[in-house]
Ligand binder design. Structure first.
Ligand code: ADP
Length: 490
């Protein structure tokens, strides 16, 4: 460990910003704490408006060169970054687990390979990106995607590197330069990614990382007039603040926000599958924006569903996220744990019943919350309407398909919805009426990068994925060319 590095489980991480191809330290630092045991991982450079301006200037200076780099060369470098991620999966996994307490086994086997895939997918998509040309009175129309310029990407702590690279990869593929501001609770894997990108030959200034607080470094970045795109994943209040800052410069924004997504279980469903889907909502200790936290079950099967759910949930192992056997780790921060418990205690005081859980896991101590299922909750109650972002689900019943749809749509969110039903016609009918960016029928969390991804209502603005990502990160241009010999005919 030197003055500007920290070591996590044997992996050395630079604690400075990455700006214009150089490590830059700030005068001030903030402490990065592991949610596993509350230990301090190290002191991280705390960015201010000065570092934000330096990073935007570096991104602006690097932009013309990267934008003019041939598509095939950009794709080659993104593939090299993916190879670099693959080589360091173990390092990235262990560091991320110490930083945000999500399961090590998921980081190893699912998340970090997916990080590499993010780069490969958008590199390959770039190479086949084309609209069909079309004709207008003999003139040819040709649509092209011009890189837009420096992009500010602001990301949260629940899936730090996964969500960052899901934005970085298309932004870079499109020929833009990037300034990433990782969440202050989980800055470490972004720093490792900067090393990997540099080793892969990404030119200086194309990817920049500024660490720090949202209200400080984040706000300075999203307010900067030289920024051309802002993509943000996080909470609704922060999105509103970013939206206000970006509006001053008329910068296009993409927002992926929270949710209160429903899981609709119809009586004709395979009940074991429905129970599996419901219990899966505790993944990442409930800190998943897509989680179907409102379980809506048809009355006739509600008792049986609830019984089987409680049995299945009882088999979940709660404990240290580094342990292979663990299904549920701790939550991210004392402030979050307090918030989660606040929601639950207020719901219980208002007459809710905890089928399972209902309190922090005091035997484990620390930041562990017991997986909780609440029934007897009113549709307009706080716990049904607000995102808890912890291992807390509610269960309500419905009598008819119409009632199920009405309950499902009755929040200010619209991120996702999951259906369990054996009737495909019903699935099509219900899906058509749901307000949601993604609907899963008899499955959950299947995500292809070529699909549009985003939320309706307060769950987001815009869609990313496949060509939709390039539409967002580029200035689309239509070129109309007159037929050959037009001069002769006037
Ligand atoms: P949470 O998901 O913890 O509620 P936020 O939505 O506030 O978090 O945070 C997600 C990301 O947004 C973090 O990287 C955070 O630093 C950043 N952020 C918070 N406030 C602002 C702001 N005013 N401007 C820009 N970024 C911000």
């Amino acid at each position: 460990m030197t003055e500007h590095t920290l070591t996590v489980a044997g992996v050395t991480v630079d604690t400075r910003h990455w700006i214009g191809g150089e490590r830059i330290a700030s005068a001030e630092t903030f402490t990065d704490v592991s949610p596993i045991d509350g230990s301090a991982l190290g002191e991280i450079s705390r960015g201010t408006a000065t570092e934000a301006a330096a990073a935007v200037a570096a991104a602006k200076a690097a932009f013309p060169g990267w934008a003019a780099t041939a598509r095939a060369e950009r794709a080659r470098i993104l593939h090299a970054i993916a190879d670099g991620v693959d080589k360091r999966i173990e390092d990235l996994a262990i560091v991320e687990t110490h930083d945000n307490a999500a399961l090590l086994r998921s980081h190893r086997r699912g998340v970090m390979p997916r990080v590499a895939h993010n780069f490969r997918f958008f590199a390959d998509w770039l190479l086949k990106l084309e609209h069909e040309e079309f004709e207008t009175r003999g003139h040819t129309n040709r649509v092209s995607w011009d890189p837009a310029g420096p992009c500010v990407l602001i990301t949260p702590w629940n899936a730090p590197l996964m969500l960052a690279t899901w934005k970085i990869a298309p932004a870079l593929a499109a020929g833009n330069t990037v300034i990433l501001k990782p969440a202050e609770w989980t800055p470490l894997t972004a720093s490792l990614l900067a090393d990997i990108a540099a080793e892969a030959g990404l030119p200086a200034g194309v990817l920049n990382v500024v660490q720090g607080y949202g209200a400080e470094a984040g706000n300075a970045l999203v307010s900067h007039p030289d920024v051309r795109r802002i993509s943000f994943t996080g909470s609704v209040p922060t999105a509103k603040a970013i939206g206000a800052a970006s509006a001053a410069n008329l910068v296009p924004t993409s927002f992926e926000l929270g949710g209160k997504s429903p899981l609709l279980v119809f009586a004709d469903a395979d009940l074991d599958l429905a129970v599996d889907l419901a219990v899966e909502q505790y993944d990442n200790a409930g800190q998943v924006c897509l989680a179907a936290t409102r379980i809506l079950v048809e009355e006739s099967v509600a008792d049986e569903f609830t019984k089987r759910f409680a049995q299945k949930a009882a088999t979940l192992q709660q404990g240290d996220p580094r342990d292979e056997a663990t299904d549920l780790g701790p939550n991210i921060h004392p402030r979050q744990l307090e918030k989660i418990d606040g929601f639950v205690q207020r719901a219980l005081a208002a007459g809710a019943r905890a089928v399972i859980g209902g309190a922090p896991h005091t035997d484990l101590g620390g930041l562990y919350y017991r997986p909780t299922l609440l029934t007897d909750v009113a549709q307009d109650s706080e716990v049904v309407q607000e995102e808890v972002f912890g291992p807390v689900l509610t269960l309500q019943t419905f009598a008819t398909e119409q009632e199920a749809v009405a309950l499902a749509n009755d929040t200010r969110f619209g991120l996702a919805a999951t259906l369990a039903t054996g009737d495909h016609e019903r699935a099509a009918r219900v899906t058509a009426q749901l307000v949601a960016g993604t609907v899963w029928v008899n499955c959950f969390f299947v995500r292809d990068l070529q699909a549009p991804f985003g939320g309706s209502r307060q769950s987001g603005v815009g869609r990313e994925g496949g060509t939709w990502s390039f539409d967002f990160y580029c200035d689309l241009k239509n070129t109309v060319t007159a037929p050959k010999g037009w001069q002769n005919h006037g």
